[in-house]
Design a protein around this ligand. Structure first.
Ligand code: RFL
Ligand code: PHB
Length: 396
């Protein structure tokens, strides 16, 4: 087999890259370890920045998103028993976020690729990258027909945090920056109509809680918990009690209660691997960086990376220009670090740290008071949340 760009991973990064390349007349093959059903049902992110929505719509994969996505003009922050609104429309101005589940984006992208005759191989194993620093890189893998090899011009490592691509780069060529957090999130999906139209981030002495949603019938909620939290200790009634306690404020608002459809513990960490390229391999999305979910940025950052990469590859195939490819990592990392900063800041401001003392606690409350009380500070949160402008990117 031969293709122009070999892509490992059918997550948002890999599929969007394949879609964008196709629109520029560039062939690609996507390899995915799991089944189509598994990737289409995996519950993950839900908040799309305005720029992500615009790109999906402009490139013809936004029809269902436009019909079913829930548009939000702001978020709420609760602390000290009071709720405060950050109004994105007013502060950014005119920009919004959309709640549309990641697995729905995945379904739309897979359908678009298959309708256009795109090649996605699901359930592949033993993926191995070869010849990264030569002009003839290749991907080896195994499928139901045995050992396979795809000769490529370029490789894209879009295989998430635990994929093989990042580890294919010699360790001496990569610098990895990390921060671990001493907590995790217990996340649930519940069959209950969202009782608030906008996401609510609650700071509470028992720990952080987040209210979000997936559809007019489904609520998505999170509670700060221990990294090794035992779900068996969390019967449904305890989860709802804790959610109500942590989200309580003087307005009396409570989430609507309903059957819990899914429970999981979600780890929190920050990681950046630099540079995001080696020879003819380009890393994109979670393969290159991980953010804690508090800023709702992971999927958006994955899409932003592949936008830069697709543009650079299109330029290379159209004119032979290599400079955009050479600058890929540097271009992406400017955004990546700003988004890392924002995600770390939201996480630090809203969670309870076991090591915190009275000073830390009061400083946190002062920060929340400042963010909600100062227009300049609210504007900074809002412009990051709706998504920073794409820099260094010519129009597609
Ligand atoms: P993905 O989605 O992990 O996709 C990688 C794909 O590669 C496959 N793979 C392999 N395939 C072949 N061979 C191998 N050796 C392979 N190894 C792995 C995997 O099966 C998978 O299909 O990475 P990508 O494309 O970079 O996308 C990143 C996003 O998925 C991630 O950042 C977000 O989900 C993070 N995130 C959020 N991001 C947002 O933008 N907004 C949010 O509101 C938001 N909320 C969240 C989140 C992540 C969460 N979890 C579970 C980590 C909420 C949660 C709970
Ligand atoms: C979600 O809806 O899953 C969600 C919303 C906001 C976040 C993280 C996750 O910050």
């Amino acid at each position: 087999m031969r293709t122009q760009v070999g892509i490992v991973g059918a997550g948002p990064a890999g599929l969007m890259l394949s879609h964008l390349l196709h629109l520029s007349g560039i062939e690609s093959v996507v390899l995915e370890a799991h089944t189509r059903q598994y990737v289409e049902e995996r519950v993950r992110a839900g908040v799309l920045e305005q720029g992500t929505v615009d790109l999906l719509v402009e490139t013809g994969v936004g029809a269902r998103l436009k019909r079913q996505g829930l548009l939000h003009n702001g978020i709420k922050l609760s602390f000290g028993g009071k709720r405060h609104r950050i109004d994105f429309q007013d502060l950014t101005p005119g920009r919004t976020i959309t709640v549309y589940a990641q697995q729905e984006v995945i379904k739309d992208l897979i359908q678009a690729r298959l309708d256009a005759g795109g090649e996605i191989h699901f359930e592949v194993s033993d993926v191995r990258l070869d010849g990264l620093d030569t002009a003839a890189p290749a991907i080896h893998f195994r499928n139901s027909r045995g050992e396979q090899k795809i000769a490529c011009d370029f490789l894209a490592g879009c295989d998430g945090t635990y994929g093989v691509s990042r580890d294919s780069i010699p360790a001496r060529e990569l610098e990895v920056f990390e921060r671990a957090y001493p907590f995790a999130w217990l996340g649930i999906l519940a069959e209950a109509p969202p009782a608030s139209e906008e996401p609510i981030y609650s700071h509470h002495e028992r720990g952080f809680a987040l209210f979000s949603m997936r559809s007019p019938q489904i609520t998505r909620l999170y509670l700060q918990c221990a990294p090794d939290e035992d779900l068996a200790q969390w019967p449904d009634a305890r989860i709802w009690d804790e959610l109500c306690t942590r989200h309580a404020a003087t307005d009396g608002w409570k989430p609507a209660v309903g059957p819990i459809l899914q429970k999981s513990v979600i780890g929190m960490r920050s990681m950046v691997a630099e540079p995001m390229q080696f020879g003819r391999l380009f890393l994109a999305g979670d393969a290159a960086h991980v953010v804690p979910p508090t800023g709702a940025k992971g999927m958006n950052l994955a899409i932003a990376d592949v936008r830069v990469l697709a543009r650079a590859l299109a330029e290379f195939y159209a004119s032979g220009r290599k400079d955009l490819l050479d600058q890929y990592s540097a271009t992406c990392l400017r955004r990546v670090w700003k988004v890392q900063r924002f995600s770390w800041w939201m996480t630090s401001m809203l969670h309870r740290f076991d090591t915190e003392n009275g000073f830390d606690h009061r400083r946190q409350l002062a920060e929340l008071d400042y963010v909600t009380g100062s227009r300049a500070a609210s504007m900074s949160l809002a412009e990051n949340y709706v998504g920073l402008p794409m820099e260094g990117l010519l129009a597609l």
